[in-house]
Write a protein that binds this ligand. Structure first.
Ligand SMILES: Cc1ncc(COP(=O)(O)O)c(C=O)c1O
Length: 368
């Protein structure tokens, strides 16, 4: 079977990412993702000054400082520094669940679509996809998904939400709705986990303190490599017992670090300097959405935060053609969930917004 699959794979296929073509035009406006920010000079300075030690042995003071600060910020007992958000999700699911357990998550969730099948391959859980507009579901949706406790049904163990909901459109879960779904989960004896890849965007947009936003969740992580602009790192928070178990999995997965303080210093710098400014990214996203809405055939989803999704079906131009034409013009956007995604972040200035709108207008005007 595996051989048959291998045969159907195109000869040039590789799981590894491709290098950019040598003659690729320089990217002037990178709306592809908020993961593509470069550390600022001040962030690099902070990294150079970092006091470091062996993180794996508990000797790195800067990693401890970051974990203590994150635990306090999220109102949890403890925290662990991880290389990536994907590892936070994997370690969290491993810490909460046993093989064969079921995790309830939105049908567009990152754990279902974008973690390489990690949960089948590594955690052994199955994921029950919940439906709902814009990446959210309701307490009634969760109630409707409760399985009978019989030996036939998979044991349901964990409810997962994404704050903000990425493919949903960077949508902010309203606090009351978050608490309502968490209450149903806890009522069933399940744990609750929040993928907070863009949690700070949600907190800034809704003007809600992180600890309040995540109070209904037993575990939560924040990514520092998205709007916060750090080169590496995410912090997973929860109870002492949960973090102890997450550490066990971090070690097993090869996520324990050595002089991790170099990167933790970038995250601390981001907490000091890059959180409140997320409001600028949100304002840029709204300006971009307003500009795009003026283009005939384009349907724009009103952004809550820094992700602007738009549908170009009405223009007759394919998403791939738009991406290719924009690249020629030095503008990069992504395609996600059948729509185009443009993402604002640290490296996107106010002046770039009208330029990007004009480039998209021209690329679409060229026709199918
Ligand atoms: C919603 C969501 N969850 C998880 C991740 C994974 O984060 P990382 O790239 O740090 O592994 C991402 C990354 O884009 C994301 O958007």
């Amino acid at each position: 079977m595996v051989q048959a699959l291998e045969r159907t794979r195109p000869a040039a296929f590789s799981w590894a990412p491709q290098r950019p073509p040598r003659n690729a035009p320089p990217v002037r406006i990178n709306l592809y993702s908020d993961t593509q920010t470069r550390p600022t000079p001040a962030m690099k300075e902070a990294m150079m000054r970092a006091e470091v030690g062996d993180e794996q042995h508990g000797d790195d003071p800067t990693v401890w400082a970051l974990c203590d600060r994150m635990a306090a910020l999220m109102g949890k007992e403890a925290a662990v520094f991880m290389p990536s958000g994907t590892m936070c999700n994997t370690a969290a699911i491993l810490a909460h669940c046993q093989k064969g357990d079921e995790v309830l998550a939105h049908e567009t969730s990152h754990i279902l679509h974008s973690e390489g099948g990690a949960h089948a391959a590594l955690t052994g859980v199955q994921i029950l996809p919940l439906q709902g507009a814009r990446g959210l579901f309701t307490a009634d949706d969760v109630r409707a998904a409760i399985r009978p406790r019989t030996r036939y049904a998979p044991p349901q163990r964990l409810l997962e939400v994404e704050q903000t909901a990425n493919i949903g459109g960077g949508v902010v879960w309203p606090l009351a709705q978050l608490n309502a779904v968490a209450e149903v989960a806890h009522g069933e004896g399940w744990a609750t986990h929040m993928d907070g890849a863009r949690l700070m965007n949600a907190c800034v947009a809704a003007a809600i303190a992180p600890a309040d936003m995540v109070a209904g969740f037993d575990s939560v992580w924040l990514d520092f490599t998205k709007g916060l602009g750090a080169p590496l790192g995410a912090v997973l928070c929860g109870s002492h017992d949960f973090i102890s178990m997450a550490w066990r999995w971090k070690q097993r997965l090869g996520g324990s670090m050595r002089q991790g303080g170099i990167c933790a210093a970038a995250c601390l710098h981001a907490l000091d300097h890059h959180v409140e400014r997320l409001a600028e990214d949100h304002a840029h996203a709204r300006a971009l959405a307003r500009g795009l809405a003026q283009i005939e055939g384009v349907v724009v989803e009103e952004p809550d935060t820094n992700l602007v999704f738009f549908d170009i079906g009405g223009t007759g131009v394919s998403v791939e053609a738009l991406q290719g034409r924009l690249l020629e013009a030095g503008v990069m956007v992504s395609a996600l969930g059948g729509r185009v995604r443009a993402c604002t972040h640290l490296d996107v200035s106010a002046a770039m917004i009208p330029e990007a709108v004009q480039a998209i207008r021209e690329a679409l005007a060229a026709g199918a």
